[in-house]
Design a protein around this ligand. Sequence first.
Ligand code: ACO
Length: 311
Amino acid sequence: DTDALQAHFDATVARHERIEPRDWMPEKYRATVVRQVAQHAHSEIIGMQPEGNWITRAPSLRRKAILLAKVQDEAGHGLYLYAACETLGASRADLVDKLMSGRQKYSSIFNYPTLSYADVGTIGWLVDGAAICNQVPLCRTSYGPYGRAMIRICKEESFHQRQGYELLATMMRGTDAQRSMVQESVDRFWWPSLMMFGPPDDASPNTAQSMAWGIKRDTNDDLRQKFVDMTVPQAEALGVTLPDPALAWNAERGHYDFGQPDWDEFAAVISGAGPCNAQRIAHRRRAHDDGAWVREAATAYAARTLVEAER
Ligand code: ACO
């Protein structure tokens, strides 16, 4: 009966063991995992656009090859994550439709423009750095297929972060103009990177339940602090200034103090009114429409293979 199933589920979560696709789970747990994993998948897919913007203008063959490979990795991450949602009975076509019609979210960060080539480095360093901070603990999430997808994704994200840092370090060893380009880029991306962790804990409607279910392993504010602590020494090593006058080491806490992002701006961006929301969705819709013939051909091929297999 349901009470026994619920007790078994609760005990599994309490032991920090995995919930697997065929296990009984509360409907709200299923819906929450689908929501978070779908948003994550959408972020990977939309996240291809800001950097994709620089592929044709990368300054050397080496940089172009790295950037192409990185953007392709993001597509791969999106696909594993859609597959993880499918293990919960979600349909990929339905999720994609929810993304394109604005009924599901994707990360706020990808609604900011990439105005200079330095942004490719900054996205690798700060945005992928924040992504790793958020995603390493998700390797231990309670839903098995999500946690296993995260392991490979984190390995690739670490490589992305390193390439971003290396790109910026190279530019910082260059001319004054290159150094200013890096600083200007870091100035634009710092606050939006802090917003990636989500609203402050006291304004986060999902954190408490998601932590109780082991879907999330840390709160938004704890991960944001971890990211700041990890990033400040890297900024010093690079020679860039993080644009926060409140940033200071607090020996008592053993952490850096830092200022708050503009949460009104965050609210606007996640409700569709950020600088590039309309452009990102229009581009995704166009790509989806352009791919219609591929889906038709794949469906026809699959149907024919099935008929032949049944003969
Ligand atoms: N961008 C867009 N939406 C956000 C963001 C953000 N940075 N932060 C929070 N939200 C949304 C939540 O998804 C939630 O949306 P809902 O209306 O569907 O409920 C709402 O704001 C309230 O926030 P929370 O209650 O804090 O939501 P949640 O518990 O899901 O925490 C978080 C948000 C931390 C982003 C979590 O979902 C998570 O860890 N997701 C997995 C990581 C991920 O998606 N990364 C994508 C970006 S990194 C990359 O792909 C390179």
